[in-house]
Design a binder for this molecule. Structure first.
Ligand code: BES
Ligand code: ZN
Length: 647
């Protein structure tokens, strides 16, 4: 294989030609390999174990690192190709520490739209098995969120965290950034002495006053799951193998919110078999974290918006825990198979919630999501890519982020619910337990899954579920399970009556005759529905069921009863603010502004900016809030909002 020479030649030749040709040359580099979203030549040579030496510098907001790759050369490769984006490569060597020899390397051009970043090609001898890449992160390292103390809970210490999924690991580590490859990793991390480092690996429960931390992840994982956070973090244990890290002043609120974690783990194990990762901890991040949760192994990262005081958003934890099986144990082979991670996880999340809190609750969760899926299907149908409503995606030349829609999550989970209804829960559970043990610590494509499904579940029996239609056709098949919830029907009735002008929340006064000491007396009884009478998801659906044409005076009345303008529950806030913006309730703007300046989770922030941007009277408001806030958002949220506001 003289790949290195060949590619050098391409790069040299194209660098003499025009700019546009340059771009397409590296774009096509990805073609012959395994993954549309990685330049790495995994079929020829791949990392088995990665050791990281990292120095975390808060002054310069940079990580100074060495990525030491132990490789397996499968095909006598003379070149190893890594993915990098927004990194400064200083030198590359081969060999063990202290006997390293400098190696030649070339860095290709950015692809069109700079989605993939750049290929880093390292020239090697066929018997070289260790490649050490010395590098620095830059301000373009999009995985990294460096927070000034003012953006933390304590406001005293700075904070750093990483977000790798889907293809951001290459922005903080030079790596073969494809989910199709699994690696083990270890790390030595140096942080300021007052801070603590934690990773998606085994974590010390105690702080180290020297600021030096060592980590080991001995089970193989796809590299989007390598994660690091640094801050003033305290550990609280919830059971022998569960607990959480958070800023110290949040500890008691977290303890009460996450008290069910040990039970949750036990229930999950009861359904799908032993938990394979030893420890399960949560890390509570600052508000700018762009997701609700991220399933980094052994240490799920969560957004503080899930701490509501009433445990009503605990299903996010059930979801991330479920990923310890679907996603982390069995991972999607490419980002086109993303539903394999998320569809299974939502299905499993509902099973955990059902077991812990009852079917009524898990059905409510499912219906809240199905409502969102309907909106998503409409949006996708009218978009440039109507084919995105298929479960199996084609994201070539596109950012895998575009596949993060309710299709993977909700349509995916609905396929599994429908299969379960078809074959019965007992058979389906047996099938899934075998599936996890067959594919554990490996990756799977949609095609492989379908083969496995046909062979091990559907074969022989005549199925009314047309799996091919679910996977390869747009929209939703009609033969799916139906879910109804009496409690949500009550909310619909309340919303319809209220919308039609009936003040259903006004105090109701009735009189009851009572006998007191032999005399009949009339007793006045005042009944009124309170906010606490319904859970978060019931309120969300109530707000969604209100007519789109609702008048401002009715919105004001609702706020008088339930203080929705000031709600601290971000799920309710999103539905409420959306309705208020659509209804032209101008007084909502200061509350919306306060929310957008506090929370950076994309799921909440993006739709609000979108709705504001749709109305000419709110456009400037959206632009000015965003420009004052954009440095507070993580790049994931910032880039999405930026793209939206450009249109
Ligand atoms: N793994 C995802 C988050 C993710 C997906 C990050 C794709 C980057 C690319 C995580 O498990 C997730 O789905 N989070 C949801 C939680 C919800 C479905 C309970 C979120 O953040 O909203
Ligand atoms: Zn998920």
């Amino acid at each position: 294989m003289k790949l290195f020479t060949y590619i050098m030649l391409i790069l040299v030749l194209t660098s003499c030609s025009q700019e546009s040709k340059n771009k397409s040359s590296t774009e096509n580099l990805a073609d012959p390999f395994l993954d549309d979203h990685s330049y790495s030549n995994l079929k020829e040579i791949k990392t088995r174990h990665l050791h990281l030496d990292l120095d975390i510098n808060f002054e310069s907001k940079k990580i100074y690192g060495v990525a030491r790759h132990r490789m397996i050369n499968l095909n006598k490769a003379d070149t190893a190709i890594f993915d990098i984006k927004g990194l400064e490569i200083q030198k590359v060597t081969t060999g063990e520490r202290n006997t390293e020899i400098e190696a030649d390397f070339v860095i290709g051009k950015y692809d069109k739209d700079s989605i993939l970043g750049q290929p880093l090609l390292v020239k090697i001898n066929v018997d070289d098995s260790i490649i050490n890449i010395y590098y620095k992160t830059t301000e373009y390292s999009e995985a990294l969120d460096w927070l000034d103390p003012s953006l933390t809970s304590s406001k005293i210490h700075p904070f750093l965290y990483t977000q790798g999924q889907a293809i951001l690991t290459r922005t903080w580590i030079p790596i073969q950034d494809s989910p199709s490859n699994r690696i083990t990793y270890s790390a030595d991390v140096k942080v300021p002495a007052k801070l603590r480092a934690v990773m998606s690996a085994k974590n010390d429960k105690k702080r180290n006053p020297t600021g030096l931390y060592h980590f080991e992840m001995n089970k193989s994982i796809p590299c989007y799951l390598i994660a690091l956070a640094v801050g003033d973090l305290a550990y609280s244990s919830l059971s022998e193998n569960t607990g959480f890290f958070c800023e110290p002043e949040l500890s008691s609120r977290c303890k009460s919110e996450f008290i069910d974690l040990p039970k949750m783990l036990a229930v999950a194990e009861k359904i799908y078999g032993k938990y394979q990762w030893e420890q399960y901890d949560l890390l509570i991040l600052p508000y700018s974290f762009p997701f609700g949760g991220m399933e980094n192994p052994m240490l799920t990262f969560v957004n503080p918006t899930i701490i509501t005081g009433d445990r009503s958003l605990i299903s996010v934890v059930a979801h991330e825990l479920a990923h310890s099986w679907s996603g982390n144990l069995v991972s999607n082979k490419s980002w086109n198979d993303f539903w394999i991670n998320e569809g299974f996880t939502v299905y499993f999340e509902h099973r955990i919630m059902e077991e812990l809190y009852g079917k009524e609750i898990s059905d409510i969760l499912a219906l809240v999501e199905i409502y969102e899926l309907d909106d998503e299907l409409r949006r996708i149908k009218e978009s440039k890519h109507p084919e995105d409503s298929k479960l199996l995606l084609n994201l070539k030349y596109r950012n895998p982020d575009e596949g993060v829609t309710d299709i993977a999550y909700v349509k995916g989970s609905w396929l599994l619910k429908s299969l379960e209804a078809e074959v019965g829960r007992k058979n389906f559970d047996l099938f899934l337990t075998n599936y996890f043990s067959t594919y554990k610590f490996s990756t799977i494509s949609t095609e492989e899954f379908i083969k496995y499904l046909n062979k091990n579940l559907l074969n022989g029996s005549k199925s009314s579920i047309n799996v091919d239609e679910w996977i390869n056709k747009e929209g939703l098949p009609t033969n799916k399970v139906e879910i109804v919830s009496e409690r949500l029907n009550v909310m619909r009735n309340l919303a319809e009556s209220f919308g039609a002008g009936k003040d259903v929340f006004a105090p109701k006064i009735t009189y009851r005759k009572e006998k007191v000491k032999g005399k009949v007396r009339k007793r006045k009884i005042i009944e009124q529905l309170k906010k606490e009478d319904f859970i978060t998801q019931e309120w969300q659906m109530f707000i969604r069921y209100l007519p789109g044409t609702i008048t401002v005076d009715k919105l004001e009345l609702l706020d008088k009863y339930f203080s929705f303008n000031n709600t601290q529950n971000a799920e309710i806030a999103l539905d409420w603010f959306s309705l208020c913006i659509k209804s032209g309730y101008d007084e909502i703007l200061p509350y919306v502004e306060r929310f957008l300046k506090k929370v950076g989770r994309r799921k909440f922030v993006l739709p609000i900016y979108e709705l504001l941007n749709e109305q000419s009277k709110y456009k400037n408001f959206a632009k000015s809030v965003f420009s004052s806030q954009k440095l507070f958002y993580h790049a994931v949220t910032r880039n999405s909002v930026e793209k939206l506001l450009q249109n």
